[in-house]
Write a protein that binds this ligand. Structure first.
Ligand code: F6R
Length: 615
């Protein structure tokens, strides 16, 4: 989704903003722009395309000096991606300049009124409407920019993170947020504004995260004043020291962030265990669960809400929770749950899973569950994100920044956290024996080493990718714990290589997808020895009879599938419930290599956004 960067201080804003926009590229976007102010004139440059295109355009068309600036990467919502619709947008007088992430839902009625009052619009965006509404209020009510922004935002419906400045006020930027993230980096006599901390981490580790419904006036060389948008009350700024470092957000020698993140999984899973999995003491410690243990142990059921890959992790968790904990679990697309009048009980535990912690639909689903009295637990990766703050309690995945748009380490660490919760509760409830609990802890501890081993198959997976890179369709099949892995494998392939792929429970193949199978169709079948193996082997026979090309993901040493399949990729033996942590790795690598071979933009696939902050 859109990315916001701003700077006000004593340095040149342009290089800071440009680099910041590059850091936010991972969020997904289709156009970019920048506005720079040197105290005399505002320079505006924007273009459809990438930040690289913006750089070329700026450096040949505008004077890039100025120590105040705002920049934006746009993911189109209202109006096609083109130069005009790109942000920043000017108000009609040319005094106010705005960038915006989100959607102003009632922009059409506001636009109508402004048109009646003589305003004109160059773009199709809701953002240009907002900046003119601010201008209209500022002029009509003769108020300062901050006040005008506040009044305007109280007239809007929707979600936003905005940064706006006024030509007449060269020393301040006004920012606000509702539903879209916004961080303020606090330096010495200088401030940075961004959708997340990555654009300013090399300048300062001090950051203020605005809460929903807050706005701030950021003043050069002075301070940050924060207000509640609704009631105008002052809020004390809380400055956090960030743990993030530059290395974590750079590629570190890998060609793509996605590959780096695939390779980071052994460490990411270890980091997820750290301090929690205490094998020697025979226990799992998780503060968010321990502090609410009564609610967890007495829950009527668990409802999981999430989107995309996080939803797939939720499906794996459904199997794990039901298997070990023996309580009913429902896994819901957050976007459906929030609008379908779901039955929610006060003794439900609602688990919201989100890498970014900013997904609009997941947040809305959480709010609904909270309103109806359920206890909401967040499983997030981004520390301090909106979902982590909205939840009653939660557990971080500690995967470190995930920059590649296609989720990899987020998925495996989400499964790890959810497995820890399930085992912990199963033990506390007496649903599994102490010896089984210990066995599972030991198995779990071996997972990172087994993932490392899995990664050694990279070369082989690349050879398989070479064979199938021109496929136009792919089928992914799995059963039990590996059915969600099949869904995830298919999602990975389609999102970065744009090859159509479907994930199915293997047995369900007979109820439709089998019609698609011919000698052109690669079928990736997860056939590990512990998961309904014989049944899956029968499914493989059925594919073989129809001449489908079979890529089997099998347990080390498997001979049966090897005889039937065109290719096999071996995974180390583990307990069935933990196998998704291993079987997913070759599927990530397969999609990665195919996308690279096809020359696709692996880290920033078209149309996709890393953090989906609009519904
Ligand atoms: C797929 C992918 C998306 C996200 C989805 C939810 O690779 O990354 O499907 O999983 O947009 O995002 P989060 O987990 O941030 O809520």
């Amino acid at each position: 989704m859109c990315g916001i960067v701003g700077y006000i201080g004593n340095r040149e804003a342009y290089p800071i903003i440009l680099k910041g926009l590059q850091r936010l590229e991972y969020r997904g976007y289709d156009s970019a722009g920048v506005a720079l102010y040197d105290g005399k004139s505002i320079q505006l440059c924007k273009t459809k395309g990438k930040v690289g295109d913006l750089k070329k355009k700026c450096e040949t068309s505008i004077d890039t000096t100025g120590s105040l600036g705002i920049g934006h990467t746009r993911w189109a919502t209202h109006g096609v991606p083109n130069d005009v619709n790109s942000h920043p947008h000017f108000s009609n007088s040319g005094d106010l300049v705005i960038i915006h992430n989100g959607i102003i839902e009632n922009y059409e009625s506001i636009k109508k009124e402004l048109l009646n009052r003589g305003y004109h619009f160059k773009s199709d965006t809701d953002t240009e409407v907002l900046v003119n509404l601010i201008e209209e209020i500022k002029i009509n009510e003769d108020v300062k920019l901050g006040k005008a922004v506040q009044i305007a935002l109280n007239q809007t419906v929707g979600a936003y993170a905005i940064a706006v400045f006024d030509k007449k006020k060269p020393n301040e930027i006004v920012v606000a947020r509702l539903g879209s993230p916004l961080a303020i980096g606090v330096g010495e006599d200088e401030f940075f504004i961004a959708s997340d901390a990555s654009p300013f981490i090399e300048y300062t580790t001090n950051a203020i995260y605005l809460e929903d419904g807050e706005m701030a006036v950021v003043r050069r060389g002075k301070d940050v004043k924060i207000f509640n948008i609704k009631n105008d009350k002052w809020v004390n700024p809380y400055i956090q020291t960030l743990q993030l470092n530059l290395e974590q957000i750079e590629k570190g020698g890998y060609d793509h962030f996605m590959l780096k993140e695939i390779y980071e999984q052994p460490q990411a899973i270890r980091d997820t265990f750290r301090g929690r999995l205490r094998e020697m003491e025979g226990l799992i410690k998780m503060a968010g669960v321990d502090d609410n243990i009564y609610r967890f142990l007495n829950a009527r059921r668990i409802v999981i809400v999430a989107c995309g890959t996080s939803w797939h992790a939720g499906l794996v968790a459904e199997y794990i929770f039901e298997d070990y904990l023996r309580i009913p679990v429902e896994v819901e697309y957050a976007s459906e749950f929030r609008y379908r009048n779901p039955v929610i009980f006060k003794d439900d535990i609602v688990i919201a899973i989100s890498q970014s912690g900013e997904t609009a639909d997941t947040m809305a689903a959480m709010k609904l569950a909270k309103e109806q009295g359920a206890f909401v637990f967040g499983v997030c990766n981004v520390v301090g994100s909106s979902i982590s703050r909205l939840a009653d309690a939660g557990a971080y995945t500690h995967a470190g920044p995930e920059i590649g748009v296609a989720s990899t380490k987020a998925f495996t660490t989400q499964i790890t956290v959810l497995t820890l919760i399930a085992l912990k509760l199963a033990k506390e409830k007496g649903k599994i024996s102490t010896s089984e609990f210990h066995r599972l802890l030991q198995e779990l501890q071996q997972v990172p080493t087994k993932v490392e081993k899995m990664l050694e198959s990279n070369k082989h997976v690349k050879q398989v990718a070479e064979v199938y890179k021109f496929a136009t369709n792919c089928l992914y099949l799995g059963r039990g714990y590996n059915f969600p892995v099949a869904l995830e494998g298919a999602l990975k392939l389609k999102e970065i290589s744009y090859i159509h792929a479907e994930g199915y429970p293997a047995a369900e193949m007979k109820h439709g997808p089998i019609a698609l199978i011919d000698e052109q169709m690669p079928v990736i079948v997860i056939a590990t020895r512990k998961g309904h193996y014989e049944k899956v082997v029968s499914n493989i026979q059925e594919i073989k009879s129809r001449k489908g090309k079979i890529i089997g993901i099998v347990t080390e040493g498997d001979e049966t599938v090897k005889k039937l399949a065109d290719h096999v990729i071996e995974v180390p033996e583990t307990t069935d419930s933990l196998s998704p942590l291993l079987t997913t790795i070759p599927l990530q690598l397969l999609s990665y290599h195919i996308a690279v071979m096809l020359g696709k933009n692996v880290d920033q696939p078209r149309n996709l956004a890393k953090s989906v902050t609009v519904e």
